[in-house]
Structure formats: structure tokens, C-alpha cells
Design a protein around this ligand. Structure first.
Ligand SMILES: Nc1ncnc2c1ncn2[C@@H]1O[C@H](COP(=O)(O)OP(=O)(O)OP(=O)(O)O)[C@@H](O)[C@H]1O
Ligand SMILES: [Mg+2]
Ligand SMILES: [Mg+2]
Length: 301
């Protein structure tokens, strides 16, 4: 296969590993920075120009598109799709997964378990919003947040109201969620490829911290997941239309609840925690499944 790894930085762990394992398996692998691609959209023959060359002959694109470049990155991926290149994750699926409201709505429609979640645009009825998710304690999240920043636990109704009003005063988009106390500051990252969970790790928050993010001092370890957790993770990835996904679950007293579905899950944490060669598994799955023009939108993006 001739593989394009769409990544802004060839030195990132995940990018390096995909290149390494692609080459190990005898493939031609190029790292392409989406932001340096220019596209010819007007002609009948879609093209991508990259630095001085025109990109040609690619079989597969492996998107590793950072949250900050979603808009342009998915446009470049769509252009690859319009050229018949097989995307490991399709542009529409990435766009879906990047929109928290849309992804939670999709998961709800498919009956996937998730924490009770409320959204509101204006603070006209904060008490009602809180009541909707079962009252305090609640978790309040900035939609643009990442790595645990902008995720707040409000233990009382009063605290919740002031946090919500403060965020809304800053014109930030937020969601309010039932706090899953019994998760004990831990979550489970399930790494899905195709219709299987191929690796899973438990992330435990630091002492006294309800957020399990490794960036907030959490630690990762190997975990055995239940058949129900397995089914939930696979169903979540499928609902989004993702072939490769990192599905984050909370263990609750009513079973596994999906917190979010990641379309460019990192490889470093999961490979280190499980000792599995996840990069090789992605290449392997791609070898078995790639075909020109094989997207749900048939190259129309
Ligand atoms: N409803 C909840 N109940 C209990 N714990 C939660 C809840 N929501 C989030 N957490 C904890 O807080 C952590 C951070 O939350 P979340 O993953 O939603 O935000 P983030 O990591 O900042 O966003 P992203 O993963 O998109 O970068 C989770 O990993 C989990 O440990
Ligand atoms: Mg998270
Ligand atoms: Mg995430």
C-alpha cells in the first residue's frame, strides 16, 4: 500500500509508530501535513498539491488530525476520499466525533449508555437545567476543553449555579452532566479497531482528583473489561462510523457509560500500558479492509 499519514508532526509518538509499522510491513509511508496541502476543487479531477508536488497513487490515508485543525484537516481528507483513497477513518465520521453535542445525540439515538447530560445556550433557567440532570453534584464541561481542563465538579446546587453562570458569562459553550461518583476517579479507555476492542487501559486520577486524565496526574494500567463494556465500546465507535476509535467509559452502577469517542486516539499511553503493538494492528486491519472508493459516502465526502 502507499500510505499517507495525515499528521502535522512526524516526531509525535503515534505518527512515528504508524510510519514504523507501515514500513515494517513493506508499505510506502509518507507523513503529510494537511496545513501544507492546497487543493484544486474546481476541476473534475480533484488534486492535492503538497509543497512542490502533486500527490498521486495513494491507496490509504490514516488521519491523525488534531482538534485545532479539524476544519481544514477534514477538508483535505475529504479531497483524498474524492480521489478514491481509502480513509482509515472517514472525514464525516471525524467531523461527527469532534462535535460533542452531535456525538452524544447520536449515541443516545443508538441506545448507548451515557451519563445524563444537559445542554443549554442561555442561562435563563439554570435551576431547571440542573434538575434535568438530577441535581448536584454535577460535572460541568467546557465544550472546547481538553486534557481535563475546563471540567469542573460542582458538589452543591449553589456551586453549580455559580460555575454555570460564570462560564455562560464568558460566552463559553458548556454541558452539564450527572456525576458518576462510583467511577472513583477512574475511566476505561477502550481502543477499538474495526468491530473489536483490541486493547484497554484503566486511567486512575491522582489522589483526591475526580479527573483521570494523564495530563492531570492520572496513571494508566492494564485492565480486563467485561463483555458488556466491550459491546458498548464497539457500538459507540460504530454509531460514529469510526473504524479506529478510543472510547472512554465510566464504570457506573447501571453499567458502562460512554463519556466520549475519540477519532484520533493516541498510541503512546495504550501501547505502554498494555504492551500491545497497536500501530501494527491498525496497519494490519487496513491491509485487510482497504479498497478504492470504499467510504460510506462513496468518495463524495
Ligand atoms: N460525568 C462524569 N462523572 C464522573 N467523572 C467524570 C465525568 N465526566 C468526566 N469525568 C472525569 O473527568 C475526566 C475529564 O473529562 P472529559 O474526558 O469529559 O474531558 P477532557 O478529557 O477534558 O476532554 P477530552 O477528553 O475531549 O480532551 C474524565 O476522564 C473522567 O475521569
Ligand atoms: Mg477525556
Ligand atoms: Mg477526548
Amino acid at each position: 500500500m502507499k500510505i499517507a499519514v495525515l499528521s502535522r508532526n512526524k516526531n509525535l509518538y503515534s505518527t512515528r509508530r504508524l510510519v514504523e509499522e507501515g514500513i515494517n510491513r513493506g508499505h510506502e509511508v509518507h507523513v503529510i501535513d494537511c496545513l501544507h496541502c492546497s487543493m484544486n476543487i474546481t476541476s473534475a479531477k480533484p488534486q492535492i498539491h503538497y509543497h512542490e508536488e502533486v500527490l498521486e497513487g495513494f491507496d490509504v490515508a490514516i488521519p491523525r488530525i488534531g482538534a485545532s485543525v479539524t476544519y481544514y484537516g477534514t477538508a483535505v481528507l475529504r479531497q483524498f476520499e474524492m480521489m478514491g483513497v481509502f480513509p482509515v477513518n472517514e472525514s464525516v465520521a471525524i467531523t461527527r466525533a469532534r462535535d460533542k453535542l452531535r456525538s452524544l445525540q447520536l449515541l443516545a439515538r443508538k441506545g448507548v449508555g451515557m451519563p445524563v447530560t444537559g445542554f443549554a445556550n442561555k442561562p435563563d433557567n439554570v435551576p431547571e437545567l440542573l434538575k434535568m440532570v438530577g441535581g448536584a453534584p454535577v460535572v460541568i464541561k467546557l465544550l472546547q476543553g481538553t486534557q481535563g481542563i475546563g471540567v469542573v465538579l460542582a458538589e452543591t446546587r449553589k456551586a453549580a449555579e455559580s460555575v454555570i453562570e460564570a462560564f455562560m458569562g464568558l460566552k463559553a459553550d458548556i454541558l452539564v452532566q450527572e456525576f458518576i461518583k462510583e467511577a472513583g476517579g477512574a475511566d476505561i479507555r477502550c481502543f477499538v479497531i474495526g468491530d473489536k476492542v483490541i486493547a484497554a487501559m484503566k486511567r486512575q486520577g491522582a489522589e483526591g482528583e475526580f479527573r483521570s486524565n494523564l495530563h492531570r496526574g492520572g496513571t494508566a494500567s492494564l485492565v480486563r473489561i467485561t463483555p458488556e463494556e466491550r459491546r458498548t465500546a464497539v457500538m459507540a465507535a460504530k454509531s460514529m462510523g469510526l473504524n479506529v476509535a478510543g472510547v472512554d467509559l465510566l464504570r457506573s452502577s447501571r453499567g458502562p457509560l460512554v463519556m466520549e469517542v475519540n477519532s484520533s486516539p493516541g498510541l503512546e499511553g495504550i501501547e505502554n500500558a498494555t504492551g500491545k503493538n497497536v500501530a501494527a494492528m491498525i496497519i494490519n486491519w487496513t491491509e485487510k479492509n482497504y479498497k478504492p472508493w470504499k467510504t460510506r459516502t462513496k468518495g463524495r465526502g
